[in-house]
Design a binder for this molecule. Sequence first.
Ligand SMILES: C[S@@+](CC[C@H](N)C(=O)[O-])C[C@H]1O[C@@H](n2cnc3c(N)ncnc32)[C@H](O)[C@@H]1O
Length: 339
Amino acid sequence: MTSLPIRPKGATGLPDAFGRVARDLRVSVTDRCNLRCTYCMPAEGLPWMSKPEMLTDEEMLRLVGVFVGLGITQIRLTGGEPLLRRSIVELVSGMASLSPRPRIAMTTNGVGLERVAAGLASAGLDRVNVSLDTVDREEFKKLTLRDRFADVERGLKAAADAGLSPVKVNAVAMRGFNDHSVADLLQWCLDRGYHLRFIEQMPLDAQHAWQREQMVSAAEVRAELEQHFRLSEPPGERGSAPAELFLVDGGPETVGIIASVSAPFCAACDRVRLTADGQVRNCLFARGEADLRTPLRDGASDEELAALIQDEMWRKAKGHGIGGPGFTQPDRPMSSIGG
Ligand SMILES: C[S@@+](CC[C@H](N)C(=O)[O-])C[C@H]1O[C@@H](n2cnc3c(N)ncnc32)[C@H](O)[C@@H]1O
């Protein structure tokens, strides 16, 4: 392993040693979830974080404020299932009052969204991504081990009605579960004006059962969709967005396909993560993390916390390395890192 250059003294913002600058903060507000997606966690759930381990609202808002001071302009609330945090509306409102105000998005399974979408929008949530892998109720049950498709359907509608637009839907294609119904999902989203994006399954499951050969690749999803739709590349630059966008039947509707494993976009990554227990992760696949909770509770100043975050960002690896010789899956599963 080659050593990194020393972080320049007095550098501002969140640069890493490879010239990238973090502007997008993913905040996991809880590790708990009310679904049991088979590719994410076991049926019996996981040993959840205890309350004292988790950041309080006040602590989370203080840390997010430090990140904003370091140049973060986009925040995405995630989990676990972010709507399971009782104070989620207050957290959004607290983040919306930071200066400069960051854009605020959320990734949710949509189960509890109907009840809270309007409140979140008034509190300052700008956009929502709802994870939905199939629109077949039986398939949904098989994938998530819960019979909640109708709740998600209502949640999506409530999000659109509340103006949390564009409403995006994220899906993972799983071999033998929903890989043959991806076109139905796309048609369903097109009919409702939701923007669908597929993402390749990554080695982040709590069970450590991921196998590259079993993964449904971006190319396979595209080929399956092309049995039913004409996909073409839109004009213009792709930029740092992870999803490769295709016009569907000439557009203007699009579908995104994110090849996080088969064609990683690490060189354009501008993300950093804060876990619900106050750890900074510079990558989904990082092997290490920086503890902010202990110094925060021991009375560290904002400047001291900022320096810890900057140091951790500087240690960000060039790429996630999935499939490489030295790759090992991180100990934390996706549900605890924040997807
Ligand atoms: C971990 S969930 C957390 C937020 C929320 N509960 C939700 O369902 O959107 C975020 C996203 O990660 C995805 N996900 C979970 N495990 C994954 C894996 N191993 N590979 C790729 N995506 C995964 C889920 O499908 C979901 O879209």
